[in-house]
Design a protein around this ligand. Sequence first.
Ligand code: C2O
Ligand code: CU
Ligand code: CU
Length: 537
Amino acid sequence: MSKRWTRRHLLQQSALASAAVMGRRAFAMQHMQGMSMPAAHHGVRTMDATKLTPFVDPLPLPVLQHSTERRSSKMHSAVDAPYYSVHVREIACKLHRDLPPSRMWGYGATSAPVLFEARSHEGVLIDWINELPPKHFLPLDKPMHGLENAPETRIVAHMHGARVPSVSDGYPDDWFGPGKNKLDYYPNGQDATGLWVHDHAMGVSRMNVFAGLMGWYIIRDEQEDALRLPSGKYELPLLIYDRSFDPQGQLYYPNPPDEGAWAQEFLGDAMLVNGKVQPYHEVEPRKYRLRIANTANSRFFSLAFSNEQSFHVIGSDQGLLAAPVEMKRIVLAPAERTDIVVDFGNAAGSHIILQSDTLELMQFRVSKQSVTDESRLPTQLRSTPRMPESAAGNTRLITLNEFDGDNGMPMVMLLNRKHWIEPVTERVKLGSTEIWSFVNLTQDTHPIHLHLVRFQILDRRPFSVDDYLTDNTLRYTGNGRPPAEHELGWKDVVQCPAETVTRIIVPFQGYAGRYLYHCHILEHEANDMMRPYDVLP
Ligand code: C2O
Ligand code: CU
Ligand code: CU
């Protein structure tokens, strides 16, 4: 019996029933000050990545994948669809001019993200082929119950935000080891948007993502094409995330096996964009479309430009907003995406840094040349009617919990006080609409994500945690706040702030089957803020 299981078991036996819900440390420090906290852990030394010279490497552009043939798959009822194969391999890449090549994993051959482009309602087949070595290069924790004999280098790809049949969703238990493959079908029956693919294998997804298993998947449609937004080289998809390095320049993930083997979150001191530490990009003085995905394990980014110029948010997780929203700063939780148009037209000749408070992510070098910009920023983008509360036939209350571990074991975080392995409690009917109320009893913001669906945020309302813990009654301490303007579109991740009830309204459309919802701070998801849910036919 592994240590981990013992702890979980104990918790279920005793502590769960009575444990006070612990909030440990407000995330405020991370969010608001954006401090760079080195991941050094009990004597393990990390390189001080803040000493690396910034802006010496050009921004890698995502690598567009090409399908070489069309195939059909009976099992997926896929007919004559473009077929892609992805060889998942261990690679060595220079992540900064002054670093040696770092060992990592990739869906592609370099640290630049792969990019799939698809059209709405035109499905694609992707064959994920595990060509990894048998040993993981990152320190794994003791295997969970049931995974003692699972290969260390198991993987499964999840297309985050995709409306897909459950067999192709990348369910955590659908992992496969080296030498195996999995053919998935993505029907793309959804609006144009930027999705991202990442690993989701049970017990190891946070290390697999950290190792590099992430990429872009962009769905386009005619309605969006007609808007004539900046495109081609004026559309830049950016994956942003943080890492740390050991003194030899290799990726460092804190997971010392004798410490209970679980980092409650990961915050690195090196900021990467598209596979390079603090790259630069040469741009023209004109409009650009930046599609940004926060693919960090735990870090929230509070994004702004160093010259304090504003930008227009045109889309969120699940596609275009009704109209552009002008902003100067936007906070992205792990897995959230934003789609913005920024005009460098008044910044010719200057260097502008994309930053998150004091952290610098990348630099834009705006040329002096005069250019003609034929792209547009339309005042209307896509009609996105707000869903009325009355559309929902059912409301579910879901608590977000943190429990102090016994005997110095790390904290456990749960949804509805339930572990992943417990039987399904959320069963929804295909085609129905529900309101899910996330009752956050902790002192952290948790970005909650539902697979399969898109949803709208209704409101966020503070309540008394003490009262709730005393008699299970929700007593609000203030009024509900409507979502911010840039959150009014369709979402698949919602930031649930501390001591607040966050309500979303979810049409369960697409497919019946087994899916999941979880906190997208990958360290929370792993232990154990992740639950299955069923969509019933
Ligand atoms: Cu990015 Cu389970 O999700
Ligand atoms: Cu997902
Ligand atoms: Cu969380």
